[in-house]
Ligand binder design. Sequence first.
Ligand SMILES: Nc1ncnc2c1ncn2[C@@H]1O[C@H](COP(=O)(O)OP(=O)(O)O)[C@@H](O)[C@H]1O
Ligand SMILES: [Mg+2]
Length: 303
Amino acid sequence: MGTIISTVNMKGGVGKTTLTVNLATCLAKKHNKRVLVLDLDSQISATLSLISPHDFAKLRKKKHTLSYLLDNVINPNPWSKLNIQDIIVPNICGIDGLELLPGDIQLYDEYQVSQMLHQRATESNEHEFGRVWDSFERVLIEQIIEPVVDEYDFIILDCAPGYNLLTRSGIAASNFYLLPARPEPLSLVGIQLLERRIAKLKQSHQDTQPVNVNLLGIVFILSAGGLMGRYYKQVMKRVQDDFTAEQLFSQSIPMDVNVAKAVDLFTPVSLAMPNSGGSKAFMKLSDEFLTKTLVKKELVAVN
Ligand SMILES: Nc1ncnc2c1ncn2[C@@H]1O[C@H](COP(=O)(O)OP(=O)(O)O)[C@@H](O)[C@H]1O
Ligand SMILES: [Mg+2]
């Protein structure tokens, strides 16, 4: 069964999407893994980092996006014909084993979800709306990926900033979460806040369908030099005190203009500019990622 990983941070612009697409690329290209990227963010950055806007427009016209699958769970339609296999785009950027479930700019309608769950709560005599909502959130993403979980080594979910329904559902479906962050004081506070929320998510499901997600590690995105670089180094010292080595990736990602430029080519930097500093860092990170997932999976199995 594939290992499911959510890339999360409640902050935006910290490098979640960049990490998701580059890690997925390195795992497929360097390590011959089968990897699926799922774009859970309506900003569709992961989608547009891997395919062109023109190709995305064509897919969207045919309803070949995550939105179709979500609609099917929220508002089941016996006539709907597409399944997840029809929607997944294989051979991304020409790489065998790298696949994408495209996101959408309109993923779901909150009002419609609430209305549907209210109705469900009434019909099932389950008068606690909260409980119906929780169990829906627990299985939404899990149900969507269930038919293909065995086909991949890794399924990486690129989450939106904040802590919305899809992020919570994605985390609940995951074995691990990856946390990219900048070494800034408020960012460190943010990590602890997210950890608290995930602990709460686990608690609210422990009596029904337990959530078995664990932190895989925090990946720091560093400024390479100058005053900012020096400041980040100081904060990194604090990080060593606040977090255990097991919670951190020793490999960090440097700020590298090539990483940002690659987005314009709809190709991750690790493919577009393999000799750049950013690309080399993602390659090394993918080695550490594989070691960490192996070790942590064994730990989870023992416990
Ligand atoms: N290591 C890096 N070097 C240079 N630019 C980066 C790096 N990581 C991310 N960026 C840029 O920062 C911006 C935000 O990154 P992104 O991955 O989209 O963040 P998030 O998904 O957390 O919102 C993007 O324009 C991206 O190209
Ligand atoms: Mg993003």
